[in-house]
Design a protein around this ligand. Structure first.
Ligand SMILES: [Zn+2]
Length: 340
């Protein structure tokens, strides 16, 4: 069953929703809102919730859309004529000028349901220079009873013209206890797994949820202990490389966390200060085996690998991954930690 009312909102979305409803009721809603929120915080869901609520025709909708009226039905069917969502089309990397022009045309037509008209741009960074220029006029000369929601992960990189014309709002986790409360209502996660994931993604509860659900917390442990085996010559680098090849983006992410923790431990950080608490034993072992200089060399290699992933060059990737693990074993011999 889909939810329409306030019960659909997560604890950290209630405050920004209350701000919008109060502005709406006072007739003080701006024509454009720049909605900030990192991926994994439910920003897109939240913007949809706000849009459906604004279009809902029910008299009493203090806590959310009714889910019953014609407008709500059209919205749920993704056919509401007064709602226009702009996202990157499949197979493309940017929002096209044509998409923006279509949106502007719609926004200038009169409302089909005799109410508000809403546009929702899911990612400001997907607009290229010309689609952005096309949008500017709408920002500068808004029609009455129109709201343009522009989403972005962070303020950095948002064009100044948008920052100055839109009201800036944020949907974000202000206290991790909200994340815990929300997850505990939805799941019976093992607490340690949940805490590890919360530390990895403190501002992104949906990422925490996916991470624990997919057993990532458990898998990351297994990977880190495998890595520790490689540098102790208890498993061959090639075997470990093959085993984790399919999970390469994750493995690289874990390597980064692991090396960062290793450097922390070498600087005297205690167990409470590192991110990979459950894997502390392995992290400590690595910290005691390879010097800081060696770890820095490995970190550089990891950054190179990440670049290859971004370039999507799979042929080089497998080979680079194998050579990273071979290199790690060599580094462990050459750059022994002073602790040994
Ligand atoms: Zn409704």
């Amino acid at each position: 069953m889909s939810l329409f009312g306030e019960e659909r909102l997560t604890p950290w979305q209630k405050e920004p929703f209350a701000q919008i409803t109060s502005q709406f009721q006072q007739g003080k809603l701006p024509h454009s809102i720049l909605m900030l929120g990192e991926d994994g915080v439910g920003r897109e869901d939240f913007c949809e919730f706000v849009a459906q609520w604004m279009l809902c025709a029910a008299d009493d909708k203090a806590s959310g859309a009714c889910g019953q009226c014609k407008s709500c039905q059209l919205f749920e069917a993704e056919t509401h004529p007064d709602y226009h969502k702009l996202a990157v089309e499949e197979g493309k990397t940017q929002i096209s000028v044509a998409q923006v022009r279509e949106l502007i045309e719609h926004m200038q037509e009169s409302s089909h349901q005799a109410g508000w008209k809403l546009a929702n741009i899911t990612n400001v960074h997907a607009l290229n220079a010309s689609s952005f220029n096309a949008l500017l006029k709408t920002l500068e000369e808004p029609q009455p009873q129109t709201l343009l929601i522009i989403q972005a992960e962070q303020l950095q990189g948002v064009p100044a013209t948008i920052k100055s014309r839109a009201q800036i709002r944020k949907v974000g986790v202000t206290d991790v206890s909200m994340t815990r409360e929300w997850l505990n209502q939805r799941h019976k996660f093992i607490e340690q797994d949940m805490e590890t994931a919360i530390q990895l993604f403190p501002g992104a509860p949906y990422k925490v949820e996916a991470f624990v659900e997919q057993g990532e917390a458990f898998k990351s442990s297994e990977f880190i202990f495998d890595f520790a085996d490689v540098i102790q010559e208890q498993q061959s680098p090639m075997d470990v490389a093959d085993k984790w090849l399919e999970e390469l983006p994750n493995a690289i992410f874990w390597c980064q966390l692991m090396f960062r923790d290793v450097l922390f431990v070498q600087q005297g950080a205690g167990q409470s200060e590192v991110q990979l608490k459950q894997q502390h034993e392995a992290v400590e072992l690595i910290a005691n085996s390879i010097s800081a200089k060696g770890i820095m060399l490995l970190l550089n290699k990891i950054i190179e690998l990440q670049r290859l992933i971004k370039l999507k060059s799979p042929a080089n990737l497998g080979a680079s991954w194998q050579s990273l693990l071979i290199f790690s074993a060599q580094i462990a011999k050459k750059y022994k930690s002073l602790a040994q």
